[in-house]
Structures are given as C-alpha cells and as structure tokens.
Design a protein around this ligand. Structure first.
Ligand SMILES: Cc1ncc(COP(=O)(O)O)c(C=O)c1O
Length: 359
C-alpha cells in the first residue's frame, strides 16, 4: 500500500453530537435556542422566488454582507473579512499569520480546534497553563518577559469551554507586548455580556478579532463568521483566501447573513434573554453545590465535588438532556452546559437536583 505513505495523516477535531431525536434537550454545542431574526425568513422567501440567481457565481467579496457588518460595527469595510463560519476564518488565519517557525501560544484549556489546525499545518505550538481561577496568565504571553519568542498568539475571549472573560486591560497588555506577532482574539461568545476588544484595532495593527453568526445570531446552520482588524491584516487574509477558494460565501449566506445583521433590536433582545437565563441558572447550580467559574458566555462550565463529570453526563443523557463532556485531562470532571430557554434550563436544573439528591 505504497500510496498511503504519501497521504497526509491528521487527527481531526471532534465536534459535539447532533442527535436526530427532536425530543432531546440539546445543550452541547452552544447554539442559540431562539430562531434567527424575522428578516432572515423574509430574505429566504425572496431568495426562493429568485432561484434563477443561483446560476451565477456569488460576489466573491460578499460586499453586501461586509458592508452591513461595517455599518453595524462602525468600521470601514476594508477592515472586515467574512468566511464559512469562524472555523473557516480561523483556519485561514492559522495558514496566513502563523508561519515563522516559532511556537504559537494558546491556553492549555481552550477551543480544541487550535491544536488540530496547528498539527494540520505543521505549526509548532505551546499551551500556556491557566491560573487556578482559570484565567489567562498574561505574563506568559509576553516574549520580552519570558525570553521566549512566539510565532503568534490566539485565545478565545470569553475562553471556551470555561466561559471566563479576560478584561480589556489584559488583552491590551498581550497585544502591546507582542508587536512582532499577530494576536487573534476569538470572540465567538462575546455578545453575551462581554466587552469586545474591537476598539483596540484602531490602536494596534497586529490585532485581529474573530466573531461568528453561530451563537448570538442563531445561525449555526448557515455558516458565517468574520474577522475585523487593520486593513493590512485583512488584506493578507484575503490574499490567502483568493489563493485557496474565491467563492467560499454562497448567495444564501450573503443574503440571509445581511438580513440578520440589519436587525439590531432582535439581536439585543435574544442575547439579553440568554444572559438573564444564564444568571438564573447559575443561582440554581450554586444552590445544588456545583462549582463553576463565572461565565460570560452562553454556557456554564460546571463540576460537582461529589459526582464525576462522566456520571453526571450519563445521568443527564438518560433523561434526554445532552450536554458536553470531555474525557480529557484537566477538564474531565466538568460539564459544559449550553444556555437554552428558561424552560429548558428549569428542566436541566430539575434533573440535576434529582441526580445529586439520589446519592
Ligand atoms: C471558541 C470558538 N471559536 C470558534 C468556533 C466556531 O464557530 P463557527 O465555525 O460555528 O463560527 C467555536 C464553536 O463552537 C468556538 O467555541
């Protein structure tokens, strides 16, 4: 089997389960429990009335969507890049910005796709331990202080799967301390009460912010993500994209994504509801003796001193509730529970109460 020796071998990312059974309370992949903005349905109906438009290649710059984002965030369109979900944007970022041979840095507990992309592209990496409060130790990220050069820095804020948010002062310290590297802040969960580092892109041309439509805009199924940064950074990202696949954004993504961005009021309403539900749910977890860092995301990362993560996961699964559990060092005792509707979270709290009381 000599040809197999020539094949690239990778260990792929493991995504959360997508159960087919509609009776399941699905809280394992941080989707939004509410439908997309009403304008999205209207845009879909208009698209269906003009299916002939699908004959043509889409606008490779996705200008309509980029311009809507530019207006929403109050920045120039030349500072925005869009892709097929933030996974697509992040994968291109690894390919574009992490190239010089020095190890890139990311937290030891973080989005588990980062080491997968690093392995895929042959990028060396170092995982930095979190503090005992699961926060980022900013000292470790500054080459001037550690004498360790890096090839780039990436971390989610709030972090995944912990939900812990770093203040802007820490982000700025990391960006300022790495003038020779690109620093990427993955803000997949920033819209649930967090403070975006977006204003810092005016000050630092090496800072890239990446966000997604999958969580706060209820559109995981559409696959839209975007990056915001200096015109220079976005220009390099576009060059790599156009050397890879010009037409990543299809016509439905451009039209429906644009409709979603234009409805600011609905976006604020749904994200506000999720924040309220999260805070109610935290109180209930607390009462049951769960331990968890203070989450600023649409999930809570919780463990219980008397019950293993695996046991809690299995018991919830028996009750048709699916959350996320990793059998991995450092995090195997935790469950990551996505925030759903009030009704769903009441059901989860009730199930956890029953499970923890029965022993
Ligand atoms: C931290 C983080 N970044 C990026 C993503 C990717 O999101 P998407 O590709 O759906 O935009 C996720 C998804 O769960 C995530 O948790």
């Amino acid at each position: 089997m000599s040809w197999e020796k020539k094949v690239r071998k990778t260990v792929p990312y493991t995504a959360g389960e997508q159960p087919k059974d509609k009776n399941i309370i699905k809280l394992n992949t941080n989707e939004c429990p509410y439908p997309p903005a009403p304008g999205v349905k209207k845009a879909m109906e208009e698209l269906m009335a003009h299916t002939d438009d699908l004959r043509l290649y889409p606008d490779m710059n996705a200008s309509m969507l980029v311009d809507a984002l530019a207006e929403h965030y109050g920045i120039d369109s030349s500072r925005i890049f869009v892709g097929v979900g933030s996974d697509d944007v992040l994968a291109l970022c690894f390919l574009t910005f992490f190239t010089n041979g020095d190890p890139i840095l990311f937290p030891e507990i973080t989005y588990s796709f980062y080491p997968v992309w690093a392995e895929l592209y042959g990028i060396d990496y170092k995982q930095i331990p979190l503090t005992s409060e699961l926060t980022i130790d900013s000292y470790e990220y500054i080459p001037r202080l550690t004498k360790m050069k890096n090839g780039g820095v990436i971390f989610p804020n709030p972090n995944a799967p912990t939900g812990v948010e770093e203040p802007l002062s820490i982000i700025e310290r990391i960006v300022k301390g790495n003038p020779d590297s690109v620093v990427i802040v993955d803000e997949a969960y920033i819209d649930f009460g967090g403070t975006s580092a977006l204003p810092l892109i005016d000050k630092y041309d090496n800072l890239l912010i990446v966000q997604t439509f999958s969580k706060s805009r209820s559109m995981a199924g559409l696959r839209v993500g975007f990056a915001m940064g200096s015109e220079k950074l976005i220009g390099y990202l576009k060059d790599v994209k156009f050397s890879f696949n010009s037409y990543t954004m299809n016509l439905p993504s451009i039209l429906l994504g644009t409709a979603a961005v234009k409805d600011r009021e609905y976006f604020e309403q749904t994200t506000g509801k999720i924040v309220d539900t999260r805070e109610r749910f935290k109180k209930k977890l607390n009462e049951m003796g769960f331990i968890f860092p203070d989450s600023k995301a649409n999930f809570v990362f919780a463990c219980h001193p008397d019950f293993s993560g695996e046991y809690l996961f299995t018991e919830l699964r028996k009750r048709n509730i699916v959350v996320r559990h990793w059998n991995k060092p450092l995090i195997s005792e935790y469950l990551r529970i996505t925030i759903g509707t009030d009704e769903q979270m009441d059901a989860v709290a009730e199930a956890l109460r029953e499970i923890t009381a029965a022993n």
